[in-house]
Design a protein around this ligand. Structure first.
Ligand code: NAD
Ligand code: TYD
Length: 359
C-alpha cells in the first residue's frame, strides 16, 4: 500500500487533494496529514474521512525537524506531497519573516528529513520514492506582453515576499535534485478556486461579503488578471505528476482561464442572484453598488497566465471543469456550507479583516 505524507492537508488545496486521492484511489492508499493548524488549517475540512483506518492526522510544524523526522522513522513514506506554506500575498507584505521561516526553512527541513529517511548507503534513492513540491506561478513574476505566458523555462522574477519565499523553496528543491539526485518534482500552478478556500482570498471573500451585504474591496483599477483553475483539476495534475512525472522535472499547471478581478466579481454577483431562492432577503443587497475601489496592493503583479503545454503533452493532463461550471459549483458549495464560513470567520478573522481593510 502506497503511503503519502501530505503536508498542509488541512488547508484549502491540501484538503481537496486528500478528498480527491481517496475518491480516485479508494482504500489502496494510505495518507498521513501533517499540519500545524495555523489560522488557515481547519480539520473541519476533513471531518468525513477523520475516522478512516488508512488516514492519520499528525499535528506538527514543518519547521520542527524532530517532529518531522519522527514521522519518517515511524512510517514507510513513499511520496511526500508538500503543500504546507504561508500562502497569502497580503499577509506576506505585513509579516515577511514568517513566510521565510515556513516556506523556506520548513521546506528545507522537509527535504532533509525525506533525504535522510530514503537515501541508501551508496547515495542513491529507492525506486518509487518521490517528493512533490507544490508551488505557484507567482515565482515567474508579472507578464507585461499580453501574448506572453509562463513556461517552465521562464526565469524566476518574484515580487512579493510570498512569491520570493516560494521561489526560494523551489530553488532548494532544484538544489537537492542537482546535488543529491534527490527524487523530486515541482509543480507551479495558477490561482485555484473551489470549496474550502479561506475567505482572505479574492473569490471566497467576495462571496462572503456579498452574502452579508458588505463592501467588495477591489484593489487598484480591478483590471489585474489571474488565471483561475478549479482546485480538483489541480489535484488531478498533482496526482499525474506523482504517477508519471519524470524525476527532477517541473510542470506548470493552468487551464487557460484568464480573467480580470472585476470580471470575476461580476460573475460572482450574477451567480449569487441566480442561485439564491426568490424569497431570500439577501438578494436585494447583492448588487454592483457594493463594489468599492480601494488602495492598490503594494507591488501588485498585473497578469499571471500559465502555458500548460508540457503537462498536457507529457502526461495528458487537461482541466475537466470550465470556469462557468466551476464557479457555480463553488458558490453552491459556499451556500450549502454557511456554517463552515461562520466558523472560519469567527475569532481572529475579524481582527485580520479590520486591520487589512481599515474598517
Ligand atoms: P492554505 O493557506 O489554505 O493552507 C496552508 C496549510 O498549511 C494550512 O492547513 C496550514 O495550517 C498549513 N501550515 C502553514 N504553516 C505550517 C507549518 N509551519 N507547518 C505545518 N503546516 C503548516 O494554502 P493553499 O491555498 O491550500 O496552498 C497550498 C500550497 O499550494 C501552498 O504551498 C501554496 O503556495 C500553493 N499554491 C496555492 C495556490 C492557490 O491558489 N491557493 C496556487 C498555486 C500554488
Ligand atoms: P488573491 O486571491 O489574494 O490571490 P493572489 O494575490 O495570490 O493572486 O488575489 C487575487 C486577485 O484579487 C489579486 O489581483 C488581488 C485581488 N484582490 C482584490 O482586488 N481584493 C481583495 O480583497 C483581495 C483579497 C484580492
Amino acid at each position: 500500500m502506497k503511503t503519502y505524507l501530505v503536508t498542509g492537508g488541512a488547508g484549502f488545496i491540501g484538503s481537496n487533494f486528500i478528498h480527491y486521492m481517496f475518491k480516485k484511489h479508494g482504500d489502496s492508499i494510505r495518507i498521513i496529514n501533517l499540519d500545524a493548524l495555523t489560522y488557515a488549517g481547519n480539520l473541519g475540512n476533513l471531518e468525513d474521512i477523520a475516522g478512516k483506518e488508512n488516514y492519520t492526522f499528525v499535528k506538527a510544524d514543518i519547521r520542527d525537524g524532530k517532529a518531522v523526522r519522527k514521522i519518517f522513522a515511524e512510517n514507510e513514506i513513499d511520496v511526500v506531497v508538500h503543500f504546507a506554506a504561508e500562502s497569502h500575498v497580503d499577509r506576506s507584505i505585513r509579516t515577511p519573516e514568517v513566510f521565510v521561516e515556513t516556506n523556506v526553512l520548513g521546506t528545507c527541513i522537509m527535504l532533509n528529513a525525506a533525504k535522510e529517511a530514503w537515501e541508501k548507503e551508496d547515495g542513491s534513492f529507492p525506486e518509487g520514492k518521490k517528493f512533490l513540491h507544490v508551488s505557484t506561478d507567482e515565482v515567474y513574476g508579472s507578464l507585461s506582453d499580453p501574448n506572453d505566458y509562463f513556461y517552465e523555462t521562464t526565469p524566476y522574477s518574484p515580487h512579493s515576499p510570498y512569491s520570493a519565499s516560494k521561489a526560494s523553496s523551489d530553488l532548494l528543491v532544484k538544489a537537492y535534485v542537482d546535488t543529491y539526485h534527490f527524487p523530486a518534482n515541482i509543480t507551479n500552478c495558477s490561482n485555484n478556486y473551489g470549496p474550502y478556500q479561506f475567505p482572505e482570498k479574492l473569490i471566497p471573500l467576495i462571496i462572503n461579503n456579498a452574502l452579508h451585504g458588505k463592501k467588495l474591496p477591489v484593489y487598484g483599477d480591478g483590471k489585474n488578471v489571474r488565471d483561475w483553475l478549479f482546485v480538483e483539476d489541480h489535484c488531478k495534475g498533482i496526482d499525474m505528476v506523482i504517477e508519471n512525472g519524470k524525476l527532477g522535472e517541473t510542470y506548470n499547471i493552468g487551464g487557460h482561464n484568464e480573467k480580470q478581478n472585476i470580471e470575476i466579481i461580476g460573475i460572482i454577483l450574477d451567480t449569487l442572484q441566480d442561485l439564491l431562492p426568490e424569497d431570500d432577503e439577501r438578494r436585494k443587497n447583492i448588487s454592483r453598488d457594493l463594489i468599492t475601489f480601494v488602495e492598490d496592493r503594494k507591488g501588485h503583479d498585473r497578469r499571471y497566465a500559465i502555458a500548460p503545454d508540457k503537462i498536457k503533452a507529457d502526461l495528458g493532463w487537461e482541466p475537466d471543469t470550465m470556469f462557468a461550471e466551476g464557479i457555480r459549483k463553488t458558490i453552491e458549495w459556499y451556500l450549502e456550507n454557511e456554517a463552515w464560513m461562520d466558523q472560519v470567520t469567527s475569532g481572529d478573522y475579524q481582527s485580520y479583516y479590520s486591520r487589512m481593510y481599515n474598517v
